[in-house]
Ligand binder design. Sequence first.
Ligand code: GAF
Length: 380
Amino acid sequence: MSRQELVTGLFKETFQADPQAVIHAPGRVNLIGEHTDYNGGFVLPAAINFGTDIACSLREDREVHILAADLEKEVISFSLDDIKHDEAHSWSNYVRGVLLSLMKVYPNIKGATLVVSGNVPQGAGLSSSASFEIAILKAFSQLNDLDLDGIKAALMGQEAENEFVGCSCGIMDQLISAMGKKDQAMLLDCESLEIQYTNVPTSLDLVIINSNVKRGLVDSEYNTRRQQCENAAKIMQVDTLRGADLAKLAEFKPQLSELEYKRAHHVITENQRTLDMLDALNAGEFAKVSELMKGSHASMRDDFEITTSQIDYLVEIVDQVIGSQGGVRMTGGGFGGCVVALVPKALTDAVKATINENYFNKTGLQADIFICSAEQGAFA
Ligand code: GAF
């Protein structure tokens, strides 16, 4: 049974009616450009074939009735006129937060009845929450016949996370969930929000490996990194680190703390690697792709300090198999989560074998390996 059939069936069972619409929004994998989005920099993610599905119908009143089928049996209800935090059902704060943002632009929307289910591995750095936010926005937009576009929806999702949920994330995850394209990765300029698409090479498999390292202290470490970047930008007298280059960094080195210097060094070099990656993919230069992804991983490990020993090991053993024919690096916010690899199709079985033979023995953890595809965003 497909997930769309699953949410449709549950909707009928729970609300004794057919849903008016079934909505899908994807999760994402980031090929390169990590912790650059909130610094006004560049990112290169792709939407993936894991996501959130919602069966839904419009209501005539201002009530929201929602069942999160993967999490509980109870339908949660609230009014659009009285949106408050719900600590007991913290997942529902994503819904409440995006609806508050949506109503700043469309105050008179009607409520809805919804059943939600998703298959993005939670806490794995593949944007399960952004795909949930974008799916909710798409559902309310479609049911209320709003003229909401993907960029506005992404900004609303980010605002909800920043102001209602309490995570100071950037714009990447929501924007790729909204605007991803089938078989393509998306270069996003996070300052201007300009987009360029590039094909994911057909000769390479897009492989995601979940390290299953439990991500601890993610939000606090994430917010600390963001603060360190903002401090560095302030000291260098630029609005964001996008406005700094290596020459400026060298000039201000004496005024920066060691950590501020390292964080800024990561962001400045990662922006360049991300632009170079777009060129390398467009030109089919896989040795360059390999070098850039390797450089990105080392920078996240040494300068930004967001990898773990298990993730470093995974990257090392995959790299030994694919060499300069593809690339591998940690993806997402860090402190656990997933590794992304672009693997020549002929080597995918060897990559799987090396992980299965070595990773558990070394770390005591079982990795999950997904051969993924790049997919269409909810508003694209
Ligand atoms: C998380 C955030 F939500 C993104 O905005 C981005 O900063 C990413 O970490 C790191 O690149 O997914």
